[in-house]
Design a protein around this ligand. Structure first.
Ligand SMILES: C[S@@+](CC[C@H](N)C(=O)[O-])C[C@H]1O[C@@H](n2cnc3c(N)ncnc32)[C@H](O)[C@@H]1O
Length: 245
């Protein structure tokens, strides 16, 4: 396992660093469909210790996560791939990312492009495709041995992603861990309209269903056979599709 993941005492680090992160994102308004600030804070705390030269993103939409990555990793190149070049989101992302010299906006299918372009040390964020397609992409990238960590969004409790990761990659850790979310949710004021009521923070404390949408960190683990996990994802995905018919 990568020695620095998960970072030791993530909740304490979150306490120490929340103000610094808030300062970095102070001028960035939240854009709908985007990954929550608290979840990007999770990514930053985990990935900055790895000092990536590149962060590869699958699923840009309106550029919320892309812009945060650009500000949080100013020394890195942010390569963002979006499948849907005809979406109205394209112009929103382009305007939002104008002038961000460390961002490259590409179009295409990340399931094809990312395995080709991945280089040693790259960090990856997958926020589309979802479900088993996203899991298969993450596992293919980890199987290459080139990336120290893949982040996968929409991995909240009860999701396909969470069920699979709990079974196959139990070293995965999550932005909805109660101690971390207790500190980080403060960053999301004003963005909660996006969240189902069951996943919002209330005065009663953490929601039983887990705070937020759920960002998973899959640290590369030398003892893991990602090829076997990939075969498991192919099989589980097939069974899932059959069960829905
Ligand atoms: C939830 S949105 C991404 C939001 C964005 N990460 C943010 O925080 O603002 C998901 C996006 O993934 C894109 N997507 C889905 N499959 C994809 C693929 N195979 N390659 C690249 N992008 C993909 C969709 O077109 C959609 O725009």
């Amino acid at each position: 396992m990568n020695p620095s993941l998960p970072p030791s005492d993530l909740a304490a680090k979150a306490e120490q660093e929340r103000a610094a992160f808030a300062a970095r994102i102070a001028d960035i308004p939240y854009e709908r469909k985007g990954i929550l600030f608290s979840e990007m804070f999770f990514l930053w705390l985990c990935a900055r210790e790895l000092k990536p030269r590149r962060v590869l993103e699958s699923g840009r939409a309106r550029g919320q996560s892309t812009l945060i990555l650009s500000h949080c990793f100013p020394e890195a190149e942010i390569v963002s791939i979006e499948y849907d070049r005809n979406s109205p989101d394209v112009a929103v992302a382009a305007a939002r990312l104008a002038g961000r010299d460390n961002v490259r906006q590409l179009f295409g299918d990340a399931t094809r492009l990312l395995p080709e372009m991945l280089a040693p040390g790259d960090i990856v964020l997958i926020d589309g495709p979802k479900g088993y397609r996203g899991l298969r992409l993450a596992l293919r990238l980890l199987a290459s041995g080139k990336t120290p960590a893949v982040f996968l969004h929409d991995a909240g409790q009860g999701s396909i992603e969470r069920g699979f990761l709990a079974k196959r990659l139990p070293e995965t850790f999550y932005s909805d861990a109660a101690e971390f979310a207790a500190v980080a949710h403060e960053l999301d004021g004003g963005t909660w309209d996006e969240l189902p009521a069951a996943n919002r923070w209330t005065d009663a404390g953490p929601p039983a269903a887990g705070y937020g949408v759920g960002l998973a960190c899959l640290p590369w683990n030398e003892r893991r056979s990602y090829r076997a996990s990939l075969a498991g994802a192919v099989l589980d995905g097939f069974v899932h599709r059959l069960s829905r018919k």
